[in-house]
Design a protein around this ligand. Structure first.
Ligand SMILES: [Zn+2]
Length: 76
């Protein structure tokens, strides 16, 4: 029974991600599920956390690091 419960949970989690992707798409300029910077598919995990994510984890980290660097140095 445990195996069946586990599988059902996994399917449920998958459905939530799929539903969120469909919803975010129908809401217009939300995430298309594709990274704007490199064109790679954005990870389902990432979209679940942030349905509006426009960049994959790698590019988002790059952009974050860049903006952090800018904030630290600041324009002089
Ligand atoms: Zn990317």
């Amino acid at each position: 029974m445990d195996d069946i419960d586990c599988a059902a949970e996994r399917i449920d989690a998958f459905n939530k991600v799929a539903l969120q992707m469909v919803l975010s798409r129908s809401l217009g300029p939300a995430s298309s599920g594709v990274c704007k910077a490199c064109g790679a598919l954005i990870e389902a995990e990432r979209l679940r956390a942030n349905p509006n994510a426009r960049h994959c984890t790698e590019c988002a980290e790059d952009l974050e690091a860049e903006s952090r660097r800018k904030n630290r140095c600041g324009p002089r």
